[in-house]
Design a protein around this ligand. Structure first.
Ligand code: GDP
Ligand code: MG
Length: 473
């Protein structure tokens, strides 16, 4: 079935967030020009929502109606006869000289409304209901097109959402949508399309397709984010450096830290790209999550505290922060080595590297890997980042931040335990792409299975509900 293309005129007073709304809906940070200077958008600019590569919804950003009060008076003066339809008067106005001069800006808006199937009327919900709003609504109400009022800035404490709803109901506008363009909220996006659908029966299949597509898009985004994170965690958990127990240890430790930092950064870059944000939206120092405030190094014990991750012994002391060191000095008897081997057996069972590792130990080598507390910190930061990206609107101007409420919900993650599958990764150094020298034979299928298991586990925890809890394994 061929779906009808829907045209939407996005109208409203200057600075109510029309351009921002379109950026968020299209996930396009570069659309139009956003600023809090008045009247940035001076002409109509179009964009589209693509479904299967086809533009199913055309969206038209319009300049703000600067003088709705004057225009309403003007329209009233054009109406000589109470019987004449308003839409005819509006059309006459659009052809009159006034539409080229005094009301040029307003005429652009009205022309776009008449050329569209529906108007979304964007309101800054922090505003009081003023004369200019009443008159804008009055004019739109006379344009013979359905209007969906969109209350924007509802996340602001100053939003007068209830007052606005009350007023809109009084002027017969009941299909109101609440929105905040800097916070992606799947529910409000869905409401916008659903309410539009209630007013436009003939576009029902189109709007249904868009709603379904959005749900799929979101699920794919969550799935792909979880895949990227699982891949990172497996690489790091299975990373094992074997180094002689002499003076080279410090160098080896630094190298390991460096590779892990770089690996984390690669994951961050991939996540930002996936979510269509700019690389510099999250960067600067060694991976801050809150701009500046979390600019803490993964291997700094302070970072662990910040995330409420408990670390004992060496990691807390700082000397070998972030790394587990299994130093095997000489003098180990074969019996002790065998006992150790038995203990390790649980970890390395099935891995062909077992024998080599044991031999290395006997030769006085040391094993270095990222310790559990740091693994957990690594996972938590990426989980925080993904959650922040999932709720970040593409109209956001600030660096990635976490609001207090979200941070509270994320407390739940702090009690999160490293999944079993990562312990399994520990015993399979051949799963890590960070190891310079591949250890043992590549257990590719084992890695794939583990990664998938971990990814699905993480995925189920990134539900859209902001209070979603981490799932137990
Ligand atoms: N906090 C917040 N800021 C917003 C929101 N919508 C828009 N803004 C900001 O408000 C200003 C005006 O937005 P813009 O999209 O240019 O408004 P327009 O003139 O209606 O196109 C910009 O500084 C935006 O970053 C919102 O929902 N919440
Ligand atoms: Mg604009």
């Amino acid at each position: 079935m061929k779906l009808a293309k829907l045209k939407v005129a996005v109208v409203g007073h200057t600075n109510t967030g029309k351009t921002s709304l379109l950026r968020t809906l299209t996930r396009d940070m570069t659309f139009g020009e956003v600023s809090n200077r008045p009247a940035t958008t001076r002409h109509v600019e179009g964009t589209a929502l693509l479904i299967d590569g086809k533009p199913l919804i055309e969206l038209y950003d319009t300049p703000g109606m600067e003088d709705s009060i004057g225009l309403l008076e003007h329209l009233e003066s054009l109406r000589q006869n109470r019987q004449s339809e308003w839409i005819k008067i509006i059309r006459r106005f659009l052809e009159s000289p006034a539409a080229q001069t005094r009301f040029e800006q307003e005429a652009k808006v009205l022309r776009q409304v008449l050329g569209s199937d529906v108007a979304w009327y964007v309101i800054d919900a922090r505003d009081r209901v003023l004369g200019k709003h009443r008159d804008e609504l009055e004019i739109l109400g006379r344009s013979a097109k359905p209007v969906v009022p969109v209350l924007n800035f509802v996340a602001s404490p100053e939003a007068k959402t209830a007052r606005w709803r009350e007023h809109l109901a009084r002027v017969n506008m009941h299909a109101v949508v609440e929105f905040d363009t800097v916070v992606i909220n799947e529910t409000s996006e869905q409401h916008l399309f659903e309410k539009t659908r209630t007013l436009l029966d003939s576009f029902r299949p189109t709007l249904d397709a868009v709603i379904q597509d959005r749900i799929r898009m979101r699920a794919n985004l969550i799935r792909a984010s979880a895949d990227l994170l699982a891949d990172l965690l497996i690489d790091v958990a299975s990373y094992l450096a074997i180094t002689p127990s002499d003076g080279q240890q410090t160098k080896a430790m630094e190298k390991l830290r460096q590779s892990v930092r770089q690996r984390e950064q690669r994951c961050v870059t991939a996540l930002l790209e996936l979510h269509r944000f700019r690389p510099d939206d999250y960067m600067a120092q060694d991976l801050p999550i809150l701009d500046g405030e979390w600019g803490l190094d993964l291997f700094n014990p302070e970072s662990l505290k910040q995330f409420g991750v408990k670390a004992g012994g060496a990691a807390a002391a700082g000397g070998m922060a972030g790394l587990a060191v299994d130093a095997m000095t000489g003098g180990l008897t074969l019996g002790a080595a065998a006992a150790l081997g038995a203990a390790l057996g649980a970890l390395v069972s099935g891995s062909r590297t077992h024998g080599k590792r044991l031999t290395d130990r006997l030769r006085g080598y040391t094993e270095l890997r990222v310790n559990d507390a740091t693994m957990k910190l690594l996972a938590l930061r990426q989980i925080e980042l993904i959650r922040a990206l999932l709720r970040r609107g593409h109209a956001s101007q600030d660096k990635i931040q976490l609001n207090a409420k979200a941070a509270e919900a994320d407390q739940a993650w702090k009690g999160w335990r490293l999944p079993e599958v990562l312990k399994q990764a520990r015993a399979n150094p051949d799963w890590s792409r960070l190891n310079e020298i591949p250890l043992g034979t590549g257990q590719t299928s084992g890695r794939l299975t583990a990664m998938d298991r971990l990814a699905r586990l993480l995925e189920s925890s990134f539900a859209d509900d902001p209070t979603s809890q981490p799932k137990p394994e």
